[in-house]
Design a protein around this ligand. Structure first.
Ligand SMILES: C[S@@+](CC[C@H](N)C(=O)[O-])C[C@H]1O[C@@H](n2cnc3c(N)ncnc32)[C@H](O)[C@@H]1O
Length: 430
């Protein structure tokens, strides 16, 4: 029997079926809205998330990080398709759709369907039609829309591009790549099979390698440390019997490098939770260091020490490959505030050292204000520069500056997979 032909206005109201839950895209969307609307770091949203499944979290991270790494060029590609500026959350959803279509090889029907469903789930149903039309056009005409866009330039905020000067294009090329997995080996340990031995002794595995699955992880034969991050402690070259303070030490990569060489290390870290992590890392590696929870600007050792390794808190622009949210979260004024803190830590290190003692200053930053400019300021206050020699940097000659600083960026060794940006300099207490 056919149903009576009820006029639409008399039909009982039934809510539209709720599109299936999609924790990956919901979490990626929350991450992106957090960055774009509140300058909230990716990890903060991830920490607060109730999504429990590790694969969902990893997929959400990958999707959000892909958008963040290409946010400028994806935004530009969308521009001619939008008659009006959509609300920020809708723009985030559209960017996710474009990233799925153009960068993550998601089949078009899934790339479009998942974003339309996301908008409906998140109370943005009035924009579902727009997303459907726009993303279908990107699926059909994406190559034409992308033609002529300067991705490298567009994907770096203007203030960073100008701060990086003539390094900018090369750095930007490195930022489009995900970081491989680099290991620092305990002296004498056998490297797990399949890794590439880099000229400085680090072992490199391809992007996506899970460190916990490599043989030797449990028994503490190595730890994760980007090739560039391994250089400050190598350059300090602390000798057995030296007393060294590792200031700002957690999670302890550099403490471990020194402690495995029988150096007497005191690791100073302000954050109580992070010092627990440092202690866990040292325990896995079965090495010892004195761990102190204290503010490095006021803490002092009982007797002056031979060397201080100061890996100072910084803007972390050197780690943008791993943390592309930093591109859109940090501002120039953050760098200024961090530079003031770096000066205070350098002053504190002076009071910890014996005469002629060494300060190895390092930051994972690409910014002049946090690197060369801090050293220039220190040289006016009783420090002497002890430049790195070509021999000391024979494994990475391109990282030695004319002043004798160590300086890397993500565009270096690109054919091998790149590296983080780091700055280091060696100073002596006069
Ligand atoms: C760049 S990370 C250090 C990484 C570490 N050196 C390594 O190689 O694993 C900076 C650390 O400095 C800590 N920190 C920041 N300000 C500090 C201060 N005034 N005193 C002690 N630690 C501080 C932060 O909590 C953070 O753990």
């Amino acid at each position: 029997m056919s149903k009576p032909n009820t006029p639409a206005r008399h039909r009982p109201h039934r809510p539209a079926p709720r599109p299936d839950a999609d924790p990956t895209r919901d979490l990626a969307f929350d991450i992106l809205c957090g960055v774009v609307e509140h300058r909230r770091m990716l990890e903060t949203t991830l920490d607060r998330s109730t999504v429990a499944d590790a694969r969902d979290r990893a997929s959400a991270h990958r999707l959000a990080a892909t958008v963040l790494r290409h946010m400028g060029s994806l935004t530009e590609l969308l521009q001619p398709l939008l008659r009006r500026e959509p609300p920020a959350p809708v723009r985030c959803a559209l960017l996710m759709g474009v990233a799925q279509l153009r960068l993550l090889a998601t089949p078009p029907h899934a790339a479009v369907g998942t974003i339309v469903a996301l908008l409906r789930r998140r109370g943005l149903a009035p924009f579902a039609g727009l997303a459907n039309a726009v993303l279908r056009r990107v699926a059909r005409e994406g190559d034409t829309l992308a033609d002529g866009l300067d991705d490298a330039r567009l994907d770096v905020p203007p203030w960073l591009w100008s701060a990086w000067g003539d390094r900018a294009r090369s750095i930007a090329a490195g930022l489009h790549r995900e970081a491989p997995l680099d290991l620092t080996m305990r002296p004498g340990a056998e490297a797990p099979a399949g890794g590439e031995v880099l000229p400085n002794g680090s072992i490199r595995f391809p992007v996506g390698t899970r460190v916990t699955e490599l043989p030797g992880f449990e028994s503490g034969q190595f730890w994760v440390q980007d090739v560039a991050a391994s250089m400050p402690a190598r350059l300090l070259n602390a000798q057995p019997g030296w007393s060294v303070v590792d200031l700002c030490a957690a999670p302890g990569g550099k403490t471990a490098q020194m402690a495995v060489s029988d150096v007497r290390v005191t690791a100073v870290e302000r954050d109580a939770a992070r010092i627990v992590r440092l202690q866990e890392n040292l325990a896995r590696l079965n090495v010892e260091a004195e761990c102190v929870t204290a503010d490095a600007t006021t803490w002092r050792p009982a007797v002056p020490v031979d060397a201080v390794l100061l890996d100072a808190p910084c803007s972390a622009t050197g780690t943008l490959r791993r943390h592309p949210d930093v591109l859109w979260v940090k501002r120039p004024r953050d760098v200024t505030a961090l530079a003031e803190g770096q000066d205070r830590l350098i002053d504190a290190a002076y009071e910890m050292l014996r005469p002629d003692g060494i300060l190895l200053y390092a930051v994972c930053s690409l910014q002049d204000e946090e690197g060369p400019q801090r050293i220039q300021a220190a040289l006016k206050k009783g420090w002497r520069l002890d430049p790195f020699t070509p021999d000391e940097l024979a494994a990475m000659p391109m990282a030695r500056t004319p002043e004798g600083y160590f300086r890397t960026h993500p565009g270096m060794w690109l054919e091998r997979g790149g590296m983080d940006g780091f700055f280091a300099a060696r100073l002596r207490r006069v």
